[in-house]
Design a protein around this ligand. Structure first.
Ligand SMILES: O=C(COP(=O)(O)O)N(O)CCCCO
Ligand code: NA
Ligand SMILES: [Zn+2]
Length: 311
């Protein structure tokens, strides 16, 4: 069933569990994610970045947004579990407009690289406009270091909990991504993972809305090892341990963005299958191995986030 993101996140917030938001760029990841969520009888959020929309539409962003809505709705309307479709890291109003027009459940306006006041003004505009179409809105405060859809942030800029309170009151945003020390991609920390749990606790107390953890992939060793056994080179890859993410959920995180873990699992399965089946050239065969690994990651994450059985 196709649902509004706010609805399922409010329920998660009241009951202190989290729903994973998995990124897709194609049909194979969608199928694997939905299979995993059905098996765990769990709600799930499908999300696409601006790059995914451009990729699926082969350069035409309206075609890409419409294609994802049609694909996801077709699957959502044919299964019982709640499924929402979210625009991840909307930075350009053109993509946000395309997603709202196409019928996305929710959109992120990511203006976190702007000054606070500017981020607030832009977000307020997008909220007013998206709400008029029944679409819920995510925004971000603070910055994740590293590359974020080709916007480079050198350092982590951690969220200011007092600013978060003002931001949520002034903008009416439905859920908020506070930067607390994570970053995107497979190389998250130079040393050990260090998340600012106290800061997160304060943001929850002061805003009392569903919160989002970005950069939440664990970079699972079992799949890094398989990928490297069959030719990948992910030296130095490091993610957020599941235990740390569980702690974030206890402190009020309700949406957990996960992209890198699915990418590593998929490429591990495809590499393995191709190496072990040199005569095979049917994509339904070699993609399937990757999809099986993606499904495993999906089910594991639904379990430890407490989303299993919450459909
Ligand atoms: O926060 C996340 C997930 O981050 P990751 O899966 O890399 O930890 N996302 O917003 C997914 C897209 C990030 C750019 O690749
Ligand atoms: Na950002
Ligand atoms: Zn993110």
């Amino acid at each position: 069933m196709y649902v509004n993101t706010k609805e399922i996140l409010e329920k998660a917030s009241k009951n202190f569990y989290a729903i994973p938001a998995f990124n897709i760029n194609n049909l194979e990841f969608l199928i694997a994610i939905i299979e995993g969520a059905i098996e765990k009888n769990a709600p799930v959020i499908i999300e696409t970045s601006e790059g995914a929309i451009k990729y699926a539409g082969n350069g035409d962003i309206y075609r890409g947004a419409n294609l994802f809505v049609k694909m996801v709705r077709e699957y959502a309307d044919s299964v019982k579990i709640p499924i929402a479709l979210h625009l991840d890291h909307g930075k350009h109003l053109e993509y946000i407009a395309a997603a709202v027009k196409a019928g996305y459940s929710s959109v992120m306006i990511d203006a976190s690289h702007e000054e606070f006041e500017k981020n607030l003004t832009i977000t307020k505009e997008v909220v007013k406009w998206a709400h008029a179409s029944g679409v819920s809105v995510e925004a971000e405060l603070g910055q994740l270091s590293g590359i974020e859809d080709n916007v480079y942030a050198a350092e982590n800029v951690l969220v200011d909990p007092e600013q978060a309170k003002i931001f949520v009151e002034e903008t009416g945003v439905d859920f908020l991504a506070p930067a607390i020390g994570t970053s995107h991609g497979a190389f998250k920390f130079k040393g050990e993972a260090k998340l600012d749990f106290d800061r997160l606790k304060k943001v929850k107390e002061l805003t009392n809305i569903p919160l989002v953890l970005h950069g939440a992939s664990s970079v699972l060793k079992q799949f890094v090892d398989i990928a490297e056994e069959f030719g990948a080179d992910f030296g130095g890859a490091k993610g957020v341990p599941a235990e740390e993410i569980k702690k974030c959920v206890e402190l009020g995180i309700n949406k957990v963005n996960t992209d890198t873990d699915l990418r590593i699992a998929f490429v591990a399965g495809v590499r393995k299958y191709l190496k072990e089946n040199p005569k095979e050239f049917d994509p339904r065969k070699y993609f399937k191995e990757g999809m099986n690994y993606v499904k495993e990651v999906v089910m594991d994450r639904l379990e430890f986030l407490g989303a299993s059985g919450k459909a």
